[in-house]
Design a protein around this ligand. Sequence first.
Ligand SMILES: [Zn+2]
Length: 99
Amino acid sequence: MQEFSSNLDSMVKCPVCTKKYGKRDSLVLESTQRRSILHFTCKSCQMASLMFFSQQQDKIIGMGVLTDLSRLEIDKILNQEVVSANQILAVYNFFKNNK
Ligand SMILES: [Zn+2]
């Protein structure tokens, strides 16, 4: 979906002011063969949004949500370490043993 992702920015409009996004307005946060997550910042009204795209056979499904997270903040959040099963067990055991 790499090529698909690089063309999305020209197809998507700002949900607030409906101005078309340019190439520099987008940041690809995640892109696999079947789905992409992009962050857009509108040059015109400065509103930021997250867009989720999923490709199923010949159909592309898209959904967008407004966010107050900047592209740097969202990139940091998505790259945070995932909680491991051992960490969850440690928390469970902590509460189990400290009743
Ligand atoms: Zn806008």
